[in-house]
Design a binder for this molecule. Structure first.
Ligand code: SF4
Ligand code: SF4
Length: 93
């Protein structure tokens, strides 16, 4: 059976604005942001979102380049994640 992760919000990520500073990665309380292996047009890696966002806005607050827009869901969304060597997904509540 696949584990289920609860998301209470989501973010948009304007990857072309990102300067790759990585401040958002440790700032995310449930740890659902990780850096891409690809780079944007200016050559910087950027964050990607895994399921489990709480909509807390910490990423928006810490990012110097206004990369994130944060949205809260009216109702929590459930996502089944595959077990295995995929990056660990935090935020299970
Ligand atoms: S804090 Fe902003 S600029 Fe820095 S890596 Fe995260 S999204 Fe990119
Ligand atoms: S809104 Fe909060 S939980 Fe969602 S990605 Fe940003 S810091 Fe993480």
């Amino acid at each position: 059976m696949s584990p289920t992760v609860v998301s209470r919000g989501t973010v948009t990520i304007d990857v072309e604005r990102c300067k790759g500073c990585e401040l958002c990665i440790p700032a995310c309380p449930p740890g659902v942001l990780h850096m891409s292996s690809e780079v944007n047009r200016t050559g910087y890696r950027y964050p990607r979102l895994s399921p489990g966002c709480t909509g807390c806005q910490a990423c928006h607050a810490v990012c110097p380049d206004y990369v994130f827009e944060v949205y809260k869901y009216d109702r929590p969304q459930l996502t089944e994640v595959s077990p295995g060597p995929v990056p660990a997904v935090g935020g299970a509540e």
